[in-house]
Design a protein around this ligand. Structure first.
Ligand code: KG4
Ligand code: ZN
Length: 345
């Protein structure tokens, strides 16, 4: 069983983990949320600097907590795409240096492959084929997973990602960054039927709508108009707004994921990414899946948002396939998940 030291720095979390195949031996995640909150979003240059300051102490904590010598570590992995390119370079350069000094193979990991693999950390028997609903701050997709590295994008957002919609709506309600957790909390106290909001649909040229593609920018604009109207009337029922917005997002995601799984014959839906931490989505999709005889798997909260354990788990899978990366591997701000095989020699 391979033991992998993994680093994740694609956005605003500096995360380091030591994993043995699917078992997390130690993980530490240093969040930069407070550094970016004053700007209302992630500032790339600030993120890179914080990663640089935080990586060494985080590494030291993880190696100490895991209590494994370097001789027991088989490979060093880092997220290398997609993400903020300066932030990615911090983790990747650190991983390359460790790989070179300790003579270990380097494994670059596609960030979204990490999110797909997060559920493996607690579901030891889980194996493809399955449908992955990937919902994060930068991506929202329905991915047919046939094997590690074999992906088919069956549906995706045409504009904002689901997490991005949460962050934008939270900002316009003056709730700060990141928006997901606070809106999720407020939604529990509000009435989801208080305000009917439009669920974005993608029209097809021959008529009708795309069954799995989605759109969240219209929803965000509808919330903006509603907030402007309610503010002019002097009343802003924030909990009801949060609940109505959240119910619309959950409906849009769940309806498509359930239809996509059933149409393509997948009996399991695996959810990944920061929005998978959403309490409303977890409850709704799990119960609707069960009603249709589908297994719906959500990773524990610590493995939904960005974390190094999921990167280590994906890297262990790549190593088992005999795949490693060249030390000349570059960080890339964009790379489709379907091109993840390019990262290996
Ligand atoms: O996967 P992630 O940590 O980073 C990216 O790869 O983007 O996802 C971050 C996103 C943010 O947009 C955040 O607002 C959202 O996940 N998020 C949530 C919740 N927790 C985090 N969205 C809805 N409900 C939550 N509980
Ligand atoms: Zn992510």
């Amino acid at each position: 069983m391979a033991t992998v030291l993994a680093i994740e720095t694609s956005c605003d979390e500096t995360s380091v983990a030591l994993v043995e195949e699917r078992r997390v031996l130690a993980q530490t995640t240093a969040s930069q949320v407070r550094d970016h909150a004053i700007y209302g979003g992630v500032v790339p240059e600030v993120a890179s600097r914080r990663h640089l300051e935080t990586l060494n102490p985080t590494l030291a904590v993880v190696l100490e907590a895991a209590g494994r010598p370097w001789s027991a570590i088989d490979a060093v992995a880092a997220t290398c795409a997609p993400g903020l390119v300066g932030a990615l370079w911090m983790g990747l350069t650190c991983a390359k240096t460790l790989a070179l000094v300790h003579r270990k193979p380097l494994i670059g990991v596609h960030h979204l492959e990490g999110h797909v693999c997060a559920a493996y950390l607690t579901e030891q028997d889980l194996a493809p084929p399955f449908l992955c609903l990937l919902v994060s701050g930068g991506h929202t997709s329905l991915i047919g997973v046939e094997a590690l590295g074999q992906y088919q994008i069956l549906g995706q957002t045409r504009d904002d990602a689901a997490g991005e919609a949460y962050d934008k709506v939270a900002r316009l309600l003056g709730l700060g960054y990141p928006g997901g957790p606070v809106l999720d909390r407020l939604a529990q106290q509000g009435n989801p039927q208080a305000f009917p909001l439009p669920e974005g649909q993608i029209s097809l040229s021959g008529g009708g709508y795309h069954p799995y593609d989605m759109s969240f920018s219209g929803l965000k604009t509808a919330v903006l108009r509603l907030v402007q109207r309610l503010t002019s009337q002097g009343d802003l029922p924030i909990a009801d707004l949060a609940a109505s917005f959240q119910a619309t997002v959950i409906q849009a995601l769940s309806r498509r994921a359930l239809a996509c799984a059933q149409d393509h014959g997948y009996s399991t839906i695996v959810v990944g990414g920061g929005v998978a931490a959403n309490r409303g989505l977890r409850h709704h999709l799990q119960s609707e899946g069960a009603r249709r005889g589908l297994r719906v798997i959500f990773p524990p909260l610590a493995y939904c948002t960005d974390n190094a354990a999921m990167i280590g788990c994906a890297a262990a899978g790549r190593l088992a396939l005999g795949q490693t990366s060249a030390l000349t591997l570059e960080a890339q701000s964009r790379l489709p998940l379907t091109a993840a095989d390019q990262l290996y020699v």
